[in-house]
Design a protein around this ligand. Sequence first.
Ligand code: KIV
Length: 268
Amino acid sequence: MSPKKVRIHHFKEMKQRGEKITMLTAYDFPTARAFDAAGVDILLVGDSMGDNVLGMDSTVPLSLDEMIPLTRAVSRGAERAFVVADLPFGAYEVSPEQAVESSIRMIKASGANAVKFEGGRRIARQVKAVTDAGIPFCGHLGFTPQSENALGGRRIQGRGEHGVEELVADALALQEAGAFAVVLEMVIAPAAKAVTEALDIPTIGIGAGKDTDGQVLVWLDMAGVGDWHPRFSKQFGAVGEAMRGAAAAYVDEVRAVSFPGPEHTFED
Ligand code: KIV
């Protein structure tokens, strides 16, 4: 399916047809334009911007004020893709009112189509309030980086006696509260499959195996920009190497005075 503009109803239809949903993170205008042109269905302005783009130690210190201008740039670059913006840690946990206020602020100021934040049953009231306010919501379960401290580090989720049951209960609570999709991060494949089968709305996996309704990756990992290579990601390009190569060639040519050449020069 290739609609001119991806809209919220397309995701359930894609699940029903068994068509995989593609999602990548994006944090600026040129990247959003490139991924939009490549046919990516959803651009996620993830709070992974904190550690991947702004040089923070984790996603935790990131604020709504920092996220909004970059989200606005992504929205400007998205002609076809649906844009989902994360709410950062601290912007929704306190109450349904806080979640609605932050979501409205994000949507109005950034032009994103939907918001995403982390958690299951514990934030279901917030999700209901946000979707009742007319804002599309995407859930995020499994490993939830904003709660890394509470989860005891980057641990695979869905394991243990009640692991699958707990995940399914959380996912159903999000669906009931009006979510249009749920991201499953670092979840054992059988648990991700069970959640996917239990839901009418699509699941989008990252480190959750192949049975989810779609896949998402952090674009810098996918394109080989950074030096972190998580096992669940795959490097589909060598963009970091290409950038270093281009910058080194530029430095060499400027030093050798071979750039700029006559073709780059205005003589009169
Ligand atoms: O912030 C992010 O990039 C995410 C993805 C890992 C799903 O939430």
